[in-house]
Design a protein around this ligand. Structure first.
Ligand SMILES: Cc1cc2nc3c(=O)[nH]c(=O)nc-3n(C[C@H](O)[C@H](O)[C@H](O)COP(=O)(O)OP(=O)(O)OC[C@H]3O[C@@H](n4cnc5c(N)ncnc54)[C@H](O)[C@@H]3O)c2cc1C
Length: 431
């Protein structure tokens, strides 16, 4: 079966994935002389940097998801199709999806990445990843269900186990998650759960290396550790998580933690449809040239997390972050138009604006244009950048401020279990 799209004399560009990379690519080509077909298995773009807020009941999911059909109002050259791409035949220039096939003149893969459990099937089954709104809602339900169970238990050890959460991975996602959980414990627990004491909820952050936020300068890493400890997070460095059966986290140093929730932020890997088995590296990323082109082809491209481009400055590929995805999307769009018009194309060069992580609602660490900032000032920068990014997606200032209000006020009705979560039965959205 073929996917129904109008015939065209324009070059047809099939884009797989409407994340940061795919979206910035099509935005740049809005109403340009190409036919864009955007395929995504979901019907919405997700603003992943704020997933941890949804997972910890800080904001509602609507604040960070944007339906494609609404985003693409006013696009005269784009068709969106909700479908999962299963396979690509680069020789026949054909994409196979669960709703049919489609031919392309140019193909852009922007399929992103998934959680990497490094082959530990027990943790993959019993732990929780954080890569989609579905994951975040699973975490939220699980945490709230556990607290309900803890509230009615009369056994102190059981209460503590039900209230304890282990976050694995001391990168930005793990740090932000642990900080938000610590704030939940401080502000929400005493108000909403009078049956529980402060000691009934413990937040652990376990990191295999000797420091947090490994990509950041040492001083910011130290400050992060200090802030988290002050907030009551039990940070375990140089510690590997070996297994998790849903109740006990076994650590490499033969220690163990009783916890009813384990959130895994310790790794991601690229995800590509079948047909690229010989083109991916060990991290599942498609190896591309400096034009983001598949080696040996001039009509297939990969951008964002799924792309691996080796450069002198980035011998291990670019970091899997939103800015790389956005910049690659824009650059490829410009190059593609130039190519179609017989003009000169230039290679991708990443402009690194820096990185940041927030630790609770009033503190952050930021390394921007080589300037290190910590504490409240960094938090203001973090807030401004995220506010602007959300506004950038929705293009409406008012909605951005609504999001900010949701974020700042904890006392909203988001602590709702919309659908129950059963450990070991995760909704598989991002695999
Ligand atoms: C919890 C978390 C926090 C983060 N925080 C930050 C941060 O603070 N700053 C930062 O810069 N970066 C952050 N990142 C990283 C950033 O979100 C990613 O680098 C970015 O999303 C990559 O964009 P992408 O377009 O390549 O992939 P994605 O945004 O993952 O988009 C991929 C899209 O492809 C679709 N897709 C995948 N496979 C298929 C298929 N077979 N068929 C159809 N559709 C498919 C998916 O549904 C998805 O919409 C964070 C990531 C996470 C998970």
């Amino acid at each position: 079966m073929r996917i129904c799209v109008p015939d065209t004399t324009l070059p047809r560009v099939v884009v797989v994935g409407g994340g940061f990379a795919g979206l910035s690519f099509v935005k740049r080509l809005k109403n340009k002389p190409v036919q864009l077909i955007l395929i995504d298995k979901g019907n919405h773009h997700q603003f992943l940097p704020l997933l941890y807020q949804v997972a910890t009941s800080g904001i509602e999911p609507d604040s960070i998801v944007f339906p494609f059909r609404k985003l693409f109002r006013g696009y005269k050259n784009l068709l969106y199709r909700m479908a999962e791409v299963k396979r690509v035949d680069v020789r026949m220039k054909k994409v196979e999806t669960d709703i049919g096939e489609i031919d392309y003149d140019y193909l852009v893969l922007a399929t992103g990445s998934v959680t990497n459990f490094f082959g530990n099937s027990e943790i993959a089954e019993m732990g929780l990843g954080l890569k989609s709104v579905t994951d975040a809602l699973d975490i939220r339900s699980h945490l709230l269900q556990n607290l309900e169970k803890a509230a009615i238990s009369c056994i102190e050890a059981e209460k503590e186990s039900l209230g304890s959460v282990v976050v694995v991975g001391g990168g930005p996602a793990g740090v932000e998650m642990a900080g938000a959980l610590a704030e939940f414990k401080k502000y929400v627990l005493p108000e909403d759960y009078p049956e529980l004491k402060n000691t009934n909820m413990n937040v652990y952050l376990v990191e295999a290396s000797d420091g947090l936020l490994g990509v950041m300068p040492e001083r910011l890493s130290q400050n992060t550790l200090k802030y988290l400890k002050r907030m009551g997070v039990k940070v375990l460095l140089d510690t590997v998580v070996e297994s998790y059966d849903g109740e006990i986290v076994k650590l490499g140093n033969s220690g163990k933690i009783h916890a009813s929730a384990l959130i895994w932020t310790a790794g991601i890997k690229g995800v590509a449809p079948s047909g690229f088995e010989n083109d991916v590296n060990k991290q599942g990323r498609i190896v591309v040239n400096n034009l983001n082109g598949l080696i040996g082809f001039d009509d297939v491209y990969a951008i964002g997390d799924v792309a691996f481009m080796e450069t002198r400055k980035y011998p291990k590929g670019h970091p899997m972050v939103a800015q790389v995805a956005i910049q690659q999307g824009r650059k490829l769009a410009d190059n593609l138009l130039a190519m179609i018009n017989g003009k000169h194309v230039t290679g991708f060069g990443y402009k690194d604006k820096g990185s940041m992580a927030t630790i609770g609602k009033k503190k952050a660490v930021a390394n921007i244009y080589n300037l290190n900032v910590s504490g409240f000032a960094a938090w203001l920068i973090w807030s401004f950048i995220h506010l602007m990014s959300i506004v950038g997606v929705r293009n409406r200032m008012l909605i951005g401020f609504n999001w900010m209000w949701s974020y700042l006020s904890y006392d909203k009705g988001d602590r709702v279990i919309i659908r129950k979560y059963e450990p070991g039965t995760k909704m598989k959205y991002n695999e």
